[in-house]
Design a protein around this ligand. Structure first.
Ligand code: SF4
Length: 333
């Protein structure tokens, strides 16, 4: 697949260095077509590559159990930067940096940023190497560029699906954000976390657009879900089983709080928290999701019942106001 750096030489070197005999390859959906070619390269080291066909949405989703079941001694995880601190199976990360040129998309974005001078720059791990170029282009066009470094994520300027700490750390110092990357997913996260105008410069489609209208729609849905959950007496508290999504202690606290407030609460655990799975529990009226927050924030219309985050549950209980939740950001539990 053209357009991404799969660092095949580094993978071979790491396998040799670690003496790995069996290697599990984990790629997100868009990158999976590249897996057979990478597997062939790995075979040249003498190791046996096994391609995971399960979905993989983030660096939270490391396949430790699968690796242990297959007697694998190394996981090669593609498309994300390290997130899980304690790895049960040795893991190397291949971030799959994109090679698409970004200048044309950034120049289009600058037109949408005409009314703002102080710009926060953010991007996903695939485009971090464009940071200097983006800063140069923006500066040339008279902008002051601010790049967040909260120390809570792998790189300065980086955002991930559930970590916007870099953007939040500079939100008070900028008038708007520029996100370089494809799709609305990360830029929406920035808009929802900072409430600032957020423009995407998409180097794949060579276009730029604002995402704040879409973010406002999500906020409306979230508010409606909270209101609906306020009427619920029976809750399911969902624990994710993916390593970076497992927050059992939080789930236990949620259950206890629910019961103290006169609700009935059940703990449920699973890897994939999908609408059809939750349909199996007709007596449960609302769910508190302690796993991936994006399931609640963006799949709202797919679920037949409210699936709220832990922070939203605090609003349901009256411990936190909707306004202070918005200020804190929807991604903080
Ligand atoms: S928890 Fe969700 S948003 Fe965060 S890395 Fe995992 S899949 Fe992405």
């Amino acid at each position: 697949m053209k357009g991404f750096d799969f660092e095949e030489e580094r993978i071979k070197q790491e396998i040799t260095k670690l003496g790995a005999k069996r290697v599990l390859l984990q790629l997100p959906e868009g990158l999976k077509p590249e897996a057979p070619k990478i597997a062939k390269t790995i075979e040249k080291t003498g190791a046996i590559p096994i391609i995971s066909i399960d979905p993989c949405y983030g660096a939270c989703d490391l396949a430790f159990c699968e690796a242990e079941g297959l007697d694998v001694d190394l996981i090669v995880h593609f498309g994300h930067a390290k997130m899980v601190k304690h790895e049960k199976v040795p893991t190397i990360y291949v971030e799959a940096r994109a090679t698409a040129p970004v200048e044309a998309a950034i120049l289009q974005a600058i037109r949408l940023l005409a009314n703002y001078t102080k710009i926060g720059f953010a991007t996903s791990v695939q485009h971090l190497q464009t940071l200097d170029e983006a800063r140069d282009i923006l500066t040339r066009e008279g902008k002051i560029v601010v790049i967040g470094d909260s120390g809570q994520i792998a790189y300065p300027g980086q955002v991930s699906g559930c970590n916007y700490s870099n953007a939040k750390s500079i939100a008070d110092d900028v008038e708007a954000f520029l996100f370089v990357g494809g799709g609305m997913f990360h830029a929406l996260g920035i808009a929802l976390s900072t409430a600032k105008p957020t423009v995407i410069a998409d180097p794949y489609d060579n276009r730029a657009f604002l995402v704040n209208e879409q973010a406002a729609k999500i906020l409306k849905q979230r508010f409606a879900n909270i209101q609906e959950a306020k009427t619920a007496k029976t809750f399911g508290v969902v624990v994710g089983l993916k390593p970076g999504q497992k927050h059992l202690d939080t789930a236990l606290i949620v259950k206890e709080k629910a019961e103290k407030n006169g609700k009935v609460a059940y703990l449920l655990a699973g890897r994939e928290i999908a609408p059809e799975v939750l349909l199996e529990f007709p007596t449960i009226v609302a769910y508190v999701n302690t796993a991936c927050p994006r399931i609640s924030l963006e799949a709202t219309s797919k679920f037949s019942k409210p699936v709220i985050t832990v922070s939203e549950f605090m609003v349901v209980l009256g411990e936190v106001s909707w306004e202070s939740l918005l200020k804190k950001g929807l991604f903080e539990n």
